[in-house]
Write a new protein. Structure first.
Lengths: 255, 381, 315
């Protein structure tokens, strides 16, 4: 496979005396979905924030397209092509889909927003993701949770994301909406974007993941490719690694 | 409203069959969620109501119309600023004190300290917008509710407004502004009557009454369209266009809707809020200028309670107190309702103390209606 | 939805119709009284009651309007509004001639008769084109009080002024001195607003000028501490003591004999008489040839019962 777009090597992050990340290695390649699994408190959100430029690592290196990167702000990471869709989505329910879609990057025609362009682009981008909007004026509040996820993903993709970090995109959804979001993830991956899918749901990870990395107590326990590991093994790893010794072999010696 | 043609509301077309539980929404519902709707219906209702009750009382003769138009225009000027700030998720309770403060500032610089009036006006705008910026900076830096921060400035500004003229001049009313502003180009921007010929003509054809005695006998009772009304219209139009048509307007909605979400996508939240506080200060200063140059004196007690009147107009106009939703045109209609009701009750010969009862009832209904609208928009049940 | 709500609101107002003044069948005059007082100022209740009473007695429609917050700029709009409603007359205070002048003049020029009451001066009233002024000219009130004191044998006095910055109120002292036939000279002191300071200054003055045999205070603010000062010096009841305006302590002082009289500007008359004057002017074309002084009315221990009984209503 090609070189990874983002490669993180032995990242640690300390908050005063608290060690949030203690040796995380992770990479994501174009066109793959790399799932990061971990239970609550494993350090997932610190990991996301480090990758998306909110936090600076205490030690370790982040390589972006083969170059050492030092993001000063989320804005930098975003401009480089790392887009994050947070769990709370960063969608504003009272505003229309179009206004949300373009928020912060509104297309201008002279002094004003080019609403013709904004509306038609929103409609077509949403259609690509498999959602037919009633109207681009429709408030985001009227959309279902899955649809909102899709708007956020479509937005990130449209604005040129090379890596898309999805923070627990399925955790609050019902069965059918979940399958829709997973279908969207699949679609995004196929378009050549590297997807980092963060979840604690092994079944959801298994559905779309190409590779799986387990995070526990601030450490990555290793990475396995699809077919090298069973859902049960992943589950056990996440749960605390009591059976780690016996699983080491099945992880392919990557620890 | 555009419609994609299938009209079935099936948003999840690709994921499966259309969701039969998403009801088809008619045009009525679409109209209901426009923030201006309440204002439009309210304006019609109020005019019908007073048309029936006070139709022959002078409320709708030229003077009467001018009277409630001026009152409404006053409310509109401060409601524009209050509306945009409320959409951005904040309040400014210092508006009323700012009006008094700005008036005294103009009088101090222009009359007491003898600067040219246009300089006094520009200095006053600079000071007041500076105070607005301070309001904003404190709110965004400390994260305190703007309610408390601007409440503090309500008292601070009013205190200075009394203290400064009292200390320097031994009085709290400063006159002589008319003389000092004579021939000043900038003062004229705030106090000129436009289109006087129109009213002369209207008087000729008998639509407008004329003065029957005194030095102005034979002249129409209305000498022109006051700048007060022009300012109101200009500010409403600019405010509406900025809010709905520009990138900055989108940021205002975003900041009030969810500041954190706006930050995620790179909206400069703090800057937007500070600029909005400066905008309310600007509107308050415009209000003060128009008032000071019309009446020729500044007094330390001007503008008391105006901040609440502005907020009431904005809420009647359909804005949500919680931010992220509202309309400048709606706020202007709210101001019109406010002005017409306040003056209309007099023409309808209702005991004046009942005005507050009426206002309270309208406000309550407006807030309930707004909550209902928000539920429709966000799909809550 | 909204229209339904509006209907309810309208219904609520219709339900309030009994509160509205209902015009009776025949053509009756209509007068609007505009004051500068905020809703919170209870002193004006007397004015409202007197206005209503005058309306009933004369058989005319009367209305009371005021800026809810006491904002004079709002008051100017109220006067314009009153003029637009085409009343036969407007009765208004002239709290700030600069602000109100144009509105009042426009009403006069539009053919509405205006009477100035309470605030303002006869000169200012003439200047805005009003028919007359009904109120208490401060100099004249002071002069009458001075004459009265002179009749009671007073030869020198102390004027306790707590609003030295207001030249109109100081006219009371000037008039008093003239009525008494003495020079004002040093006998008016700037007492300030603080009760303790006022008390000390009065005591200091009386110690320094032991031959002072009369005191004039300009309102409850200066009268109340002066009563305390006199009690402390043992002069209460001995020294001749008059005051402007009434208040609870002043009324008690009059009853106890500490204060000889209080000057009442009689707000009742300020509202009542303009209605009577205007009605007669419009019905029969008769108009008094002069301004009317509603005060000074002297309140002494004799008439105190009625004052106490009607306090806040008509007094």
């Amino acid at each position: 496979m090609a070189d990874p777009i983002v490669h993180m090597e032995n990242i640690t992050k300390h908050f005063g005396p608290v060690i949030a990340l203690n040796g995380v290695s992770f990479d994501v390649k174009a066109g793959e979905c790399h799932c990061l699994l971990g239970d609550n408190g494993a350090g997932k959100s610190t990991f996301i924030k480090t990758m998306s430029g909110v936090h600076k690592p205490t030690s370790g290196e982040i390589m972006f397209e083969g170059q050492k990167m030092n993001f000063a702000s989320p804005r930098d990471a975003m401009e480089a092509g790392i887009a994050t869709v947070y769990q709370d989505l960063a969608m504003i329910p009272l505003m229309s889909v179009t206004r949300n879609f373009w928020m912060g990057r509104e297309p201008k025609k002279g002094f004003f927003i080019d609403f013709d362009k904004a509306n038609s682009t929103t409609m077509s981008e949403m259609k690509k993701m498999g959602i037919n909007l009633r109207s681009p004026d429709q408030a985001v509040g009227t959309l279902s949770g899955g649809e909102r996820q899709t708007v956020a993903i479509a937005r990130a993709v449209y604005f040129g994301a090379k890596v898309l970090i999805l923070d627990e995109p399925t955790s609050a959804l019902g069965v059918r909406q979940t399958s829709n979001v997973l279908a969207t993830v699949d679609r995004v991956r196929k378009s050549g974007i590297g997807v980092v899918f963060i979840t604690h749901n092994v079944r959801h990870a298994m559905a779309v993941g190409d590779r799986f990395t387990v995070l526990n107590r601030g450490k990555t326990l290793g990475t396995a490719a699809r077919g090298e590991i069973t859902p049960e093994e992943l589950q056990d790893l996440m749960a605390g690694g009591q059976e780690m010794a016996q699983l080491e072999g099945s992880l392919g010696g990557t620890v | 409203m555009s419609d994609n043609g299938n009209g079935d509301g099936g948003a999840l077309a690709a994921g499966g069959p259309d969701d039969e539980r998403i009801k088809k929404t008619g045009g009525l519902r679409q109209w209901l969620i426009r923030p201006e709707l309440g204002g439009i219906v309210g304006v019609i209702a109020v005019f019908v109501f007073f048309g029936v009750l006070a139709g022959d009382s002078g409320m709708f003769n030229a003077q009467g119309i001018m009277n409630w138009s001026q009152i409404s225009a006053q409310f509109m000027i401060i409601a524009v600023g209050a509306c945009m700030l409320m959409v951005a998720g904040e309040f400014d309770l210092s508006v009323g004190s700012m009006i008094g403060f700005a008036g005294i500032s103009i009088a101090m610089f222009g009359v007491v300290w003898g600067l040219p009036m246009w300089v006094a006006i520009l200095i006053t705008f600079a000071i007041c917008m500076g105070v607005g910026a301070i309001n904003g900076v404190i709110v965004v830096r400390t994260g305190l509710p703007s309610f408390i921060v601007t409440l503090a400035f309500l008292f601070i500004l009013r205190g200075f407004t009394i203290f400064i003229p009292q200390t320097v001049e031994n009085r709290t009313i400063i006159g002589g502004i008319e003389e000092a502003a004579e021939g000043d180009w900038l003062a004229a921007v705030f106090n000129t009557d436009l289109a006087g010929w129109l009213f002369v003509w209207l008087a000729d054809i008998g639509v407008v009454d004329t003065f029957s005695r005194g030095t102005r006998a034979g002249e129409p009772v209305i000498s022109g369209i006051p700048m007060l009304i022009v300012w109101a219209f200009v500010l409403v139009i600019i405010g509406h266009v900025v809010l709905t048509r520009t990138r900055f307007g989108n940021w205002i909605f975003a900041v009030g809707g969810d500041a954190q979400a706006a930050r995620y996508v790179g909206v400069p939240v703090d800057r937007v809020k500070i600029i909005m506080f400066m905008t309310t200060a600007f509107c308050a200063t415009v209000f003060a200028c128009v008032q000071v140059f019309e009446f020729g004196s500044a007094a330390a007690d001007r503008g008391i309670l105006k901040e609440f009147e502005a907020i009431i107009a904005v809420v009647i106009g359909g804005a949500l107190l919680t931010g992220g939703y509202g309309s400048v045109v709606g706020a202007a209609l709210g101001a019109l309702i406010f002005g017409v009701v306040q003056q209309g009750l007099f023409f309808a010969d209702v005991e004046s103390s009942l005005f507050r009862v009426f206002l309270g009832v309208i406000l309550l209904f407006a807030v309930i209606l707004n909550t209902y609208i928000r539920r429709i928009i966000t799909g809550e049940r | 939805m909204k229209s339904f709500l509006k209907t309810v609101a309208a219904a609520a107002l219709v339900a309030a119709t009994p509160f509205m003044a209902v015009a009776d069948g025949h053509e009756s005059q209509r007068y609007v009284l505009v004051s500068h007082a905020p809703d919170s100022d209870s002193w004006w209740n007397t004015i409202r009651n007197a206005l209503t009473l005058a309306g009933e007695q004369m058989g005319v429609e009367v209305e009371y309007r005021n800026p809810p917050t006491g904002d004079i700029a709002d008051m100017a709009r109220i006067i314009e509004q009153a003029a637009a409603s085409g009343p036969d007359g407007i009765i208004t205070t002239l709290a700030d001639p600069t602000v109100l002048g144009d509105s009042i003049r426009a009403a006069v020029d539009a053919g509405i008769d205006v009477i100035i009451m309470n605030s303002g001066t006869p000169e200012q009233a003439r200047d805005v084109g009003a028919l007359m002024y009904v109120g208490q000219p401060e100099y004249d009130a002071g002069f009458a009080a001075g004459q009265r004191a002179a009749g009671d044998g007073v030869t020198s006095f102390l004027c306790v002024n707590h609003v030295i910055s207001n030249p109109v109120v100081a006219e009371r002292c000037v008039g008093f001195a003239d009525g008494l036939g003495v020079e004002l000279g040093e006998s008016m002191i700037d007492a300030g607003q603080d009760p303790q300071e006022i008390q000390n200054r009065v005591m200091a003055y009386l110690n320094a000028n032991p031959d002072t045999d009369g005191i004039l205070t300009l309102g409850p603010t200066s009268a109340d501490p002066t009563i305390l000062a006199l009690e402390e010096l043992g002069l209460a009841g001995d020294i001749y003591f008059g005051t402007f305006d009434l208040g609870e302590n002043i009324v008690a002082g009059i009853r106890d004999g500490v204060i000889q009289w209080g000057i009442d500007q009689q707000p009742f008359l300020q509202a009542y008489l303009p209605v009577v004057v205007l009605t007669n002017y419009h019905r029969y074309g008769v108009l008094p040839g002069n301004n009317i002084n509603s005060g000074p009315g002297f309140i002494t221990a004799d008439g105190l019962e009625l004052v106490e009984a009607l306090a806040g209503e008509y007094r």
